[in-house]
Design a binder for this molecule. Structure first.
Ligand code: GDP
Ligand code: MG
Length: 226
């Protein structure tokens, strides 16, 4: 989505320009809200992804992300962050609010994870490159696929912690998850996004490619229903 790749100061400029045309904006603006969930096994790096998004889009957040942690520093409930973008499509001006949530990977909070997925418009699966986490990756991915099939929610797959020594090979990860061995889908999006959330590698492109799909899906549905 071009909107997310513009720098924060450019967004600010656009916003100022838009508010100087507030009569047009007030009349023509439409508000769209999306919920994006970061899903995956415990400690795969979901909260770290969230920190990188907050850094990248910090100036455009309309609410500070919150995060409740257990005493051992793991996410208890959920992290939540709201991002706001201006977007024009077919001459119509839209304000897009994206709620980004990450959930706990802890099994004992499974019911809260289902709650988190409720109403999701898009999901980023964050897998762990640690070879010992393969079973957890597979289990968590199966949960996501069954949810996504039922609700037709688009998702992208990120394989995080590529910096780890002895990281699982990409082709092995794909094989284990039952994914095609190709690098890309015909639309150019990656089958799996290799990432390093600590450094921020590939975190934003992964999020943006999902947003393109989510927004495209939204407008396609709009066109079909009119
Ligand atoms: N080596 C490495 N560690 C990471 C990476 N991303 C996250 N971590 C670490 O993995 C641990 C769990 O990350 P966190 O984001 O809390 O995982 P969550 O449970 O999925 O939210 C933390 O110690 C992070 O610093 C990465 O890309 N590489
Ligand atoms: Mg977390």
């Amino acid at each position: 989505m071009s909107g997310t790749s513009v720098k924060s100061d450019e967004i600010e400029k656009k916003r100022n320009a838009a508010s100087s045309k507030s009569s047009i904006r007030g009349k023509g603006e439409q508000l769209i809200q999306f919920k994006i969930v970061y899903w995956g096994p415990g400690e795969s790096g979901k909260t770290t992804n969230f920190f990188r998004l907050r850094e990248k889009f910090g100036l455009t957040t309309i609410s500070k992300g919150f995060s409740i942690e257990t005493t051992d520093g793991r996410t208890l409930w959920q992290d939540s962050l709201f991002l706001s973008f201006d977007f024009t499509f077919a001459g119509q001006y839209y304000k897009i609010i994206i709620q980004v949530v990450t959930c706990t990977g802890q099994e004992r909070f499974l019911s809260t994870r289902e709650y988190v997925l409720d109403g999701a418009d898009g999901i980023v699966f964050v897998g762990d490159s640690n070879a010992e986490k393969m079973e957890q990756n597979k289990r968590s991915f199966r949960e996501l696929v069954s949810f996504s099939n039922e609700k037709q929610v688009p998702f992208v797959i990120q394989l995080n912690k590529r910096d780890l020594e002895g990281a699982v090979r990409m082709d092995e990860f794909k094989k284990q998850l039952g994914l095609p061995p190709d690098v890309q889908y015909p639309d150019g999006s990656l089958v799996v996004y290799p990432a390093n959330a600590l450094k921020g590698d590939n975190i934003v492109p992964c999020f943006e490619d999902l947003m393109i799909e989510v927004i495209y899906g939204y407008f396609k549905d709009q066109c079909n229903s009119t």
